[in-house]
Write a protein that binds this ligand. Sequence first.
Ligand code: ZN
Length: 105
Amino acid sequence: MSDRLTPGVTIWRCRRCGARLFPQRLLCCECHGAEFDAERVHEGVVEEVSVIRHMLGQENWQPRRIASVRAKNGPLMTVGLLDESGPGTAIALFEDGTAPFGRSR
Ligand SMILES: [Zn+2]
């Protein structure tokens, strides 16, 4: 997986009010504007971590850590954690395709 990670995660900034959104929405949740510019965000701070221990229909599921991350100047986003980072940790953000991941810098 790691060789497919690209640095940063794409978020969307509303052209009308400047709100930053993730994931992408059809309409801005602040002003209902419909035009956005893509922006890259490269770091954030972990606010909360949860562990997904089971996934229905997955035989060889390994527990995964999922974090709520406050992106720098951006929205709260849910990312997969690649290490043992806990709340309060500044992490670097990556994308694997369109799936966001993070690990401590
Ligand atoms: Zn807006």
